[in-house]
Design a protein around this ligand. Structure first.
Ligand code: NAI
Length: 449
């Protein structure tokens, strides 16, 4: 679905008019294109005194990506990104120097620029003062993200105690957050809990040689996931209901994968997936539980006909299929499970008690399944989209849709590809140290935490 308003305020006479009238002017987001630079300008690295050796290590990594790295911000130069390293910050007063240095640079960020903080979790701080500083980083980051304009975003990487900043998932998360792949991820803190994993040989094709199953792949976000995983090197098994067979075949052909017509709520769904991947592709590396439905009604008017299928498709099937694939030994070293949650499941949404129960259920299921996946050397995570331009959201009445679309820091809806890029990151080898998490792709939607 196209966002006509966004197009109008970014071109010609209507652009000028919107500026004169002071109307919101959502920017065209910087999205990933193979071959385009990782960051559209020099990258400034800032840090507090105690974090200088981590800042050195990350600056060396940025140089490794052929970026133009700066350690000071004199003059009026424009920057593509700022990385603020605060891993060893000792107390709240130590935040002022690096953050007051960040302030003036924000005005000099290029369109589509990035601010990325790197810090440690408050929960494992050695003292209340350290916890205050670490929690302070979260507050600053979420506020900075709300102040950025021009399609720039602010996100953070929170690195567990004992995990070095050079660990694959810290480096992988930094790469993702700097790149156009994270265009609609804003105001988020990615938690890295282990040093596991490996950096990809080719950052443009991190999924080379893998086989990925994507449910609900006939259209919308699922079709975008199939395309992005295939672009990143995966062989894709596209799954959808028989009624969507034609559209499914088209997507499978386009990505040179295979199609499996299957209702994921069927008793033998896991067995059929397994039989298909074993006979057609010989392996299984990634499962994306994307298929989902809505049947909205206020709880006062809710019926079992509207409640039960939503829970069965959105959380019951992913839960059972994952458990059965694990029990069958089909998910091994390096395996990745990624589920679709929703901001409705985090913040709640009027008329969506059934949907919110299912999507909050996904958040809980993913967190609780991380240990079982860790046992086999895999991970499980969820992605929670906010407002994404699809057939599902095109059915929302105009005024509600327009409000939902603008009610985030980027003042626009995301595209299916934005969700797909985040899923591809979580499916990659460099995300091995991230598990049990739910990562929002919502442009920093103003609802929920
Ligand atoms: P969509 O309605 O456009 O596509 C969903 C696909 O899932 C369809 O192709 C459908 O045939 C398939 N599907 C439904 N039931 C199935 C079953 N029992 N077995 C196999 N396939 C089945 O939805 P959209 O917008 O692409 O959403 C994809 C996922 O993202 C869903 O889980 C949805 O809840 C979630 N999501 C979407 C948001 C949005 O703004 N569009 C926001 C938050 C979450």
């Amino acid at each position: 679905m196209t966002d006509t308003y966004l197009n109008l305020v970014n071109a010609g006479f209507t652009k000028k008019l919107a500026k004169q009238l002071g109307l919101p002017r959502p920017a065209v987001l910087r999205r990933y294109r193979p071959g385009a630079p990782l960051v559209p300008g020099p990258v400034l690295v800032l840090h507090d005194d105690a974090s200088s050796s981590d800042a050195d290590a990350l600056a060396a990594q940025l140089l490794d990506w052929d970026l133009d790295v700066r350690r000071h911000a004199p003059g009026d130069e424009r920057y593509g990104a700022v990385v603020v390293v605060l891993t060893e910050v000792g107390g709240p007063e130590a935040l002022s120097t690096p953050l007051l240095a960040l302030g003036p640079v924000l005005k000099r960020l290029t369109p589509g620029g990035r601010v990325v903080t790197v810090s440690r979790p408050a929960s494992s701080a050695a003292s209340p003062a350290v916890a205050a500083a670490r929690q302070g980083v979260d507050g600053v980051l979420r506020s900075v993200a709300k102040e950025l304009r021009g399609g720039a975003t602010g996100n953070g990487v929170v690195v567990a105690e004992g995990v070095p900043v050079g660990a694959p998932s810290v480096v992988g998360a930094l790469h993702f957050l700097l790149s156009g792949r994270s265009a609609f991820v804003d105001g988020q803190l990615v938690q890295v809990t282990s040093g596991a994993g490996a950096l990809p040989g080719d950052w443009d094709r991190p999924l080379e040689g893998t086989v990925a199953v994507v449910t609900g792949a006939a259209r919308g976000i699922g079709a975008a996931i199939a395309r992005v995983l295939a672009r990143d090197g995966a062989t894709v098994v596209a799954v959808d209901v028989p009624a969507a067979g034609d559209a499914l075949a088209k997507v499978a052909n386009e990505v040179r994968g295979s199609a499996l017509q299957l209702d994921i709520t069927a008793d033998d769904a896991a067995a059929r997936i397994l039989e298909h991947v074993r006979s057609r592709h010989g392996r299984l590396d990634v499962v994306v539980h994307n298929a989902g439905i809505t049947r909205d009604k206020l709880l006062a008017n809710m019926t079992a006909e509207k409640w039960d299928p939503v829970v069965a498709v959105n959380v019951g099937a992913p839960l059972r299929i994952t458990e059965e694939l694990l029990a069958a030994g089909a998910l091994g070293e390096g395996s990745r499970v990624v589920c679709l949650a929703s901001t409705s499941g985090i913040a709640g949404n009027r008329g969506q008690t059934n949907y919110a129960a299912s999507k909050a259920g996904v958040v809980g299921f993913v967190a609780a399944s991380a240990p079982a996946l860790a046992e086999v050397g895999g991970t499980i995570n969820a992605v929670a989209p906010g407002f994404i331009e699809t057939d599902m959201t095109a059915r929302i009445p105009f005024a509600t849709r327009e409000l939902a679309r603008r009610f985030n820091s980027l003042q626009q809806g995301g595209q299916p590809v934005d969700v797909a890029e985040t899923i591809a990151f979580l499916a990659s080898p460099q995300a091995a140290g991230i598990s049990g998490e739910t990562l929002r792709v919502c442009g920093q939607n103003m609802v929920g935490r």
